[in-house]
Design a protein around this ligand. Structure first.
Ligand code: SAM
Length: 188
C-alpha cells in the first residue's frame, strides 16, 4: 500500500518521526498493540497504519484524542476544523482506508488511559498537550500501561517553543534515547 500521510488533507507537517514508527513496526510481532495519544488530522497514525499493512503483521493501533485541539495552543484553537467541531470527521475520513487497523478513542488522554490494563501495551506514543503539567500527567498515566520491554515515547523533545516537555520527561523517565525530535524510553 502506498503511503497517504503526505496528502494535503492531512494538514500540518508536524510528523517528524517516520524512522521511529518504522522501527516499532519492525520490532513488534503479531498481536501487539500501539496507542498514539494525540493524532490531530491523522498524519502520524496514517504513516504507522500503512507501515503495519505493508509489514503483514497483525498490529492494532488505538488513536486517542479529543479532536478538540490542545486547549493551551492558540494555533489549534484557531484551526477551522476545531472551530467548526469537524476535526474528528476529517480524521475519520483521512484514515478510512486504515480503519481495520486504527481505532479512534475520542476522549481525554487521562480518561483513555484508564481503559487499559496495566502492562498491556507494547508502545505508547505521546503527542498531546505540551505543557509541563500535561506531559507529566500523561507519562504518569500511561507508563504503567506499557508492558515490560515495551516503549513509552513522545514528540517534541526538546520543543522549540519551550522546554516544558523536556523538563517533564527528564523528571519522570530515564535513561531515554532521542531521535527525530522524540524521547524514547524502554521499560525494563
Ligand atoms: C500536536 S497534535 C498531534 C499531531 C499528530 N501526532 C501528527 O503528527 O500529526 C496534538 C493533538 O493532541 C490532542 N490533545 C491535546 N490534549 C489532549 C488530551 N488531554 N487528551 C486527548 N487529546 C489531546 C489535540 O486535540 C491534538 O489533536
Amino acid at each position: 500500500m502506498e503511503h497517504i500521510y503526505h496528502m494535503p488533507q492531512f494538514g500540518e507537517n508536524w510528523f517528524t518521526y517516520p524512522n521511529l514508527y518504522r522501527y516499532f513496526v519492525q520490532e513488534l510481532s503479531d498481536g501487539s498493540k500501539i496507542v498514539e495519544v494525540g493524532s490531530w488530522k491523522g498524519k502520524s497514525v496514517a504513516f504507522l497504519g500503512v507501515e503495519i499493512v505493508n509489514s503483514g503483521k497483525k498490529i492494532a493501533v488505538d488513536a486517542v484524542d479529543t479532536w478538540a485541539g490542545s486547549s493551551s495552543e492558540e494555533y489549534h484553537q484557531n484551526d477551522v476544523y476545531v472551530k467548526t467541531n469537524t476535526l474528528y470527521q476529517l480524521f475519520l475520513s483521512n484514515i478510512s482506508s486504515l480503519s481495520h487497523i486504527i481505532t479512534p478513542v475520542r476522549m481525554p488522554s487521562l480518561d483513555a488511559a484508564k481503559l487499559y490494563e496495566d502492562e498491556s501495551l507494547d508502545v505508547v506514543f505521546i503527542d498531546a498537550g505540551h505543557t509541563y503539567e500535561d506531559v507529566k500527567a500523561d507519562i504518569a498515566a500511561w507508563l504503567p500501561k506499557v508492558k515490560k520491554s515495551g516503549w513509552l515515547a513522545g514528540h517534541d523533545y526538546p520543543w522549540s517553543h519551550n522546554d516544558e516537555v523536556k523538563k517533564a520527561v527528564d523528571e519522570l523517565v530515564s535513561p531515554i534515547d532521542q531521535s527525530e525530535g522524540c524521547w524514547i524510553y524502554r521499560k525494563p
